[in-house]
Design a protein around this ligand. Structure first.
Ligand code: ATP
Length: 371
């Protein structure tokens, strides 16, 4: 089963609005691949180009090595799960799952056998005769997955399918979806604006902004080595410090340690992320330093650290984390996350009191500023 997808210089215009800038991308067969980005960045448009609901203004789409750019939806080896699921509410679970097979002329016995197999796969065995209207949100979700898989697609396209579920169920269904994808080996293409969903389920994620793919990488790489300001800010949280390079310390193999004047009492260091074809930073260049909230430590610097001073503005209790907002002296307000049961969290200064924050320069990231 070849579920490879290749987008070759795809572009989409609606009138004179460029919804998708020229984009090329290859998705492997059997990959769990997500498009992640804010509302309006073009995720649904790209998904519709893959499914055949839209024909791109330019470029080519191939699925399983076959040209599909102008092939209609019903002749593509794809199935889609929509946000609203689009189940037939008054029909039974069996009738919903078997619908696509009946349309294709599959006989009654084979249909039922397939439906039972799929119900077992989605952990709904024995529920075939129930009317869909009597099912919970999570059960409906599973029926929608079973129905989409019944027609044996090579590629399953999922358009924010979990957004209507409550938090607990959403988290549970992430694990289920991933398990179903692994068991079936089908290529899953998932679109979401929720980074948690994209990062927990995907083999690779394409981060999109304003009709462009900013970066394609596995979740860990996106988090640790964002290639642009947009990815650094959209994937996980980051405290940003735009500034100017004052010193560059030679690479130790993982990237130079670059010190930036960011307008605070002393310059701040971080590790420069150098990408293919990227320039190394030099003194005088404009660049941005990023420190993730969980990388701050409370207290002065040790031998390897760098410290800044500020005062606590707010404290939020968030279960596993204690989040602080600290106004740096002469600088911005930064977010700091401390594990709730740590010594540091136990010794947090009260709101209004002064504190020192430190971080390890190897964990902070520096990217050249755009333009
Ligand atoms: P959301 O998460 O809100 O669904 P999205 O990332 O899926 O957003 P798209 O639906 O792909 O975004 O839309 C991308 C851009 O293209 C938006 O600015 C949208 O207004 C525009 N757009 C989408 N479809 C059309 C259309 N048929 N005609 C005109 N503009 C469109």
């Amino acid at each position: 089963m070849d579920g490879r997808i290749s987008l070759d210089r795809i572009a989409m215009r609606f009138g004179d609005f460029n919804a998708i800038q020229p984009t090329s991308l290859k998705i492997e067969s059997g990959e769990f691949f997500s498009f992640l980005g804010p509302s309006g960045c073009g995720k649904t448009t790209l998904l519709n180009i893959i499914s055949g609901f839209l024909t791109p203004s330019e470029g080519r789409v191939s699925i399983g090595g076959q040209e599909m750019t102008r092939i209609p939806v019903n002749r593509r080896p794809t199935a889609m799960i929509f946000q609203n699921l689009a189940l037939f509410p008054l029909m039974s679970v069996y009738e919903n799952i078997e619908f696509g097979l009946e349309v294709r002329g599959v006989d009654r016995h084979a249909r039922r056998q397939k439906a039972d197999e799929l119900l077992t796969l989605v952990a709904l065995g024995g529920s075939g005769h129930k009317p869909v209207i009597e099912l919970s949100g999570g059960q409906k979700q599973r029926v929608a997955i079973a129905r989409a898989l019944a027609v044996e697609p090579r590629v399953l396209l999922l358009d924010e399918p979990l957004s209507a579920l409550d938090l607990k169920l959403r988290q549970h269904m992430r694990t289920e979806l991933k398990a179903i994808q692994r068991k079936t080996g089908i290529t899953f293409i998932y679109i979401t604006h929720d980074q948690g969903e994209a990062l927990t389920m995907s083999d690779r994620v394409a981060v999109m902004s304003a009709g462009r793919i900013e970066q394609v990488a596995d979740p860990m790489t996106l988090y640790r080595q964002p290639q642009s300001d947009f990815v650094a800010s959209f994937v996980g949280e980051n405290n940003r410090f735009p500034g100017r390079v004052v010193a560059v310390e030679e690479s130790d193999g993982e990237g130079d340690i670059v010190t930036l004047d960011v307008g605070l009492a002393s310059p701040l260091p971080g590790r420069a992320l150098i990408h293919d074809g990227g320039q190394r930073l030099s003194p005088g260049d404009t660049a941005t330093l990023y420190v993730r909230p969980e990388h701050w430590r409370l207290g002065g610097a040790d031998a390897t650290g760098t410290a800044v001073r500020g005062s606590v503005h707010h404290q939020h209790f968030e279960g596993a984390w204690l989040t602080l907002e600290v106004a740096l002296d002469g600088g911005p307000v930064v977010r700091v996350q401390l594990p709730q049961n740590s010594e540091e969290a136990a010794a947090v200064p009260a709101v209004g009191e002064a504190c020192h924050l430190s971080y390890s320069p190897g964990q902070a990231m520096v990217l050249p500023s755009a333009g």
